[in-house]
Design a protein around this ligand. Structure first.
Ligand SMILES: C[S@@+](CC[C@H](N)C(=O)[O-])C[C@H]1O[C@@H](n2cnc3c(N)ncnc32)[C@H](O)[C@@H]1O
Length: 247
């Protein structure tokens, strides 16, 4: 997948693109992330890319012309264009899955009070928010989107199934996890996890996933109950017990 990021702050992306899972995806050729500095397309002698809003009001607005130049330079006319924006639909599992099927996309990061609306209308930008709060710029939201999409690309996580085993994707929240040592400051790992009995371990994990989901995300739990599940007798018993527990 090739992602072009149009931003006033390209330097913010380097550490993220070079570290951890995204770094490996880029090094392995699964993901290509190119940043374009919108300021390079300013025709102003001071490389100005923003101006006062028509109609008055505080703050500055990113001008259409440098954004058009940046869009044209990455061939955005043939690509999916996304504008990170608190006005957009909130990024969720469905949108991430949809975007992970694309081979190319362009992400526009806003700053100040946002961008001239004509740049969004002309380039048919889909506005996507990462939550009901306002950040200073679209760079961090773009990184959130890129990371979440990259995790679903084949070959990015070691085991292709593991993305779908995780919280939300599996339909449930994930059970608690533990690692060495078995005892830490008097706190012990649940015995079943060190028993070596994989059937019991799977049942314990299912029980805790169901419990956590019911407590913290009753919306997901209800959805899970509506779906078909090929449960064994023991698994069904666990589910029935959890359904009996009062809120
Ligand atoms: C200070 S915000 C502008 C907010 C804008 N004046 C408004 O009220 O909708 C600057 C930029 O940060 C980005 N941004 C801020 N919060 C965001 C969020 N929750 N999701 C995605 N992008 C966000 C957008 O690109 C936005 O143009």
């Amino acid at each position: 997948m090739k992602i072009d990021v149009l931003t006033l702050f390209p330097e913010m992306f380097r550490p993220v693109m070079e570290s951890s899972m995204l770094g490996r995806a880029v090094a392995g050729g699964i993901l290509e992330i190119d940043t374009t500095d919108i300021r390079d397309f300013s025709h102003d002698k001071h490389n100005k890319a923003d101006d006062y809003p028509f109609g008055g009001g505080g703050g500055m607005v990113m001008m259409a012309d440098p954004i058009f130049g940046a869009m044209e330079s990455v061939g955005a006319e043939n690509k999916k264009v996304i504008y990170m924006s608190p006005r957009g639909k909130i990024l969720d599992r469905e949108k991430i899955e949809e975007l992970s099927g694309l081979s190319e996309m362009v992400i526009l990061c806003g700053h100040y009070e946002g961008v001239d609306q004509r740049a969004l209308d002309y380039w048919n930008a889909e506005e996507i928010s990462i939550g009901d709060y306002v950040l200073t710029g679209g760079e961090l939201p773009a990184m959130v989107l890129i990371d979440s999409v990259a995790r679903l690309l084949p070959g990015v996580l070691g085991n292709e199934n593991s993305a779908l085993d995780e919280s939300v994707y599996s339909g449930l929240l994930e059970h608690p996890q533990y690692t060495k040592p078995r005892e830490y400051r008097g706190l012990n790992v649940p015995e079943v996890l060190t028993s070596g009995n994989h059937q019991l371990i799977d049942l314990w994990r299912l029980e805790h996933s169901l419990q956590l989901t019911k407590e913290r995300r009753p919306d997901l739990f209800e959805k899970f109950l509506q779906e078909e599940h090929a449960f064994s007798k023991q698994e069904r018993k666990i589910l029935e017990e959890i359904m009996k527990i009062e809120e």
